[in-house]
Design a protein around this ligand. Sequence first.
Ligand code: ARG
Length: 560
Amino acid sequence: MNEKKEFTAYLHSQIGNDFNTEQIEVLIEKPKQLHQGDLAFPCFQLAKVYKTSPSEIANRLSAGTLPELFEKAEAAGGYVNVFLNKKSFASQLILKILKEKENYGSQFFGKGKTIVFDLSSPNIAKPFSMGHLRSTVIGSSLAAISEKCGYETVKINYIGDWGTQFGKLIAAYLKWGSEEKVKENPIPELTALYVRFHEESEKDPSLIDEGRKWFKQLEDGDPQATELWVWFKDVSIKAFQKIYHLLGVGFDSYNGEAFFNDKMEDTVKKLKEKNLLEQSEGAQIVNVGEDIPPCLIKKTDGATLYATRDLTAAIYRKETYDFDQAFYIVGHEQSLHFEQVKRVLNKMGYKWAIDMHHVPFGLILQNGKKMSTRKGRTVLLESVLMDAIHLAENNIIEKNPSLLEVNEVARQVGVGAVIFHDLKNEKGNDVEFSLEQMLKFEGDTGPYVQYTAARIQTLLDKGNFNGQLPDVCSIEEESWELISVLNEFPSAVQNAFVRKEPSIISKYVLKLSHRFNHYYGSVKILNSSQTPERLALCTSILLVLKEGLRLLGIQTPERM
Ligand code: ARG
C-alpha cells in the first residue's frame, strides 16, 4: 500500500515547495516502538533551514487534515508520528490483493530491460552435482523474482560439453565401453569409464597421447569422434532433463561451451587487434592487473580454454540479447575466473562488462563435509530427489490417509522441501543436507508453508467463500499483524531482487505462515458473524503464500 506516499503528499502540502516529495520521502522512518505510530517524519533538517526548533515544526506539521488512511498524527521529540487508520488500511489492502491476485507485489522498475541468467550448467558425462542443484534452484528463483520486477529474462543452461576430457572419454569408451551399459545407465557408466582412463593412464602414459589424439580428431570434425560425442551429450542431457522435470524448471537455451567452438577465433582475433595478447611460456595470455593472475586464452598446443569460451559467450549474449545485466549463478570457487573474464572484456573496450555479475553461493554439506554426488560410485541427484519424494509420501499418508492425489502431492512436497531448504538461508552460507529435517511439517520448512496453504484452502472450501470483501466489514485487532505482514510483500520482492537473495522471500513466507497459524489458533474463522471478512483475509494470505512459493520455484498443493 502507498501509506508512505500518502504521508509524503500530506507533508508536502503542509511544508510547501521548499522541499520536493523525494526529499521528504527519504526522510520518513519506521518507528521502532508501537506507541510511536506507523510512520515518522523527523523535523531536524527542516528546523535547520527554517531556523526554528524541530518540535515547533513537528507541532505545526501534525495539525493539518490527514488523509483517510491515517487516524491521527502526534508531535513528539521533533518527530511527526502518524498512526494508520487500521480499519480503512486493512480493508483497502485486502481489496487490493483480492483484485490484483497473483500480480500483487509486482514491480515495474525492470520494464523494458533484459537479464540473462547463466544457471545450472552441468558437465556432460558427469554426475549432476549438488553445486549444480544450487545453481539451478537459486538461478530459477532469481529469474522468477526478476520477472516479478518487470524484467525480461533469458535462462541459459551453459552445458559443459567441450574440453580435452572428451578425447579421453572417447578413447576409454572405444577400449572398454559397452553401448548397452551406457544406454542403460549413461552417467554412471561414462563416469566410470573416465575414472578408469585416469587409473590406467598412470600405469600406461601412452593413453594420454591417445586421449589427446581423439580430442584433436573431435576438434577436426572426424565423423566417428563426433558421433560418439553427440551420443554422450544426448544421453547426458536426457538424464539431466529427468532432474529438471522433477524440479519443474526450464531453460530458454541449452547453448553450452561447444556452441562457441566456431566463434572463438573471432575473439582471439579481436584480442590480437587490440594488442592485448601476450606470450608466456608458449601460451597466450592477457594480463589483467598485478593483483590477480593473467587470463589464459590459448594453451601451448593452441587449444582454447574455459575462459576463451566464456569471453566468446559473453560477447555473443550481449549481441544476441542486448542484456542490461548478466547473472552467472556459479559457486564461490569460480570467482577468480569471472573476475578475469570481466577484466579482459573491459580491456577490450566492452563497457558493459560491469553489468556482468557473478552470483556465488556456498556448499552443500553432509555432516559438515562437502557432499559428493559420487558417494560410493554413483549416488545421483535424481535418487536424492526420489528419496525426498518417498519420504514426503510416507509423511502425507500418515497425516492424511484419505488423500487422493498422493503421488502428485508427494512430488510437490518432496521437491518443495529440497528447494526450500536450499533457499531458506542466505545463498552465501553453506547448507547442511538432511532429508529428515527438510521434510518436517513443523519448523521452518517448505512442507510447513505448503501445509499452511492447504489448511487455508480447506477453510475457504468449507466456508464457501465467494471471493469478495463484504461491503461492511470490521477488520479486527487480531488480524492487524497479518495485515502488516501482507503489506510487506512488495518490498520483500524488491529487496530480494536488489540483494539477489531468494532467502528474503523464504523468510517472508515463513513469517506469514507463522502469523497465520497463530491467528488460526486464536480466532474462530468459520461460523462467526465475521466469517466473511475473515475469509477474505485468508484468501489474501493464500494468494500471497502461493505467489511467494512460486517465486521460490515451489508448487502449492491444494490438499496435504
Ligand atoms: N560447467 C561449469 C561447471 O560445472 C559451470 C559453468 C558456469 N558458467 C559459465 N559461464 N562458466 O563447473
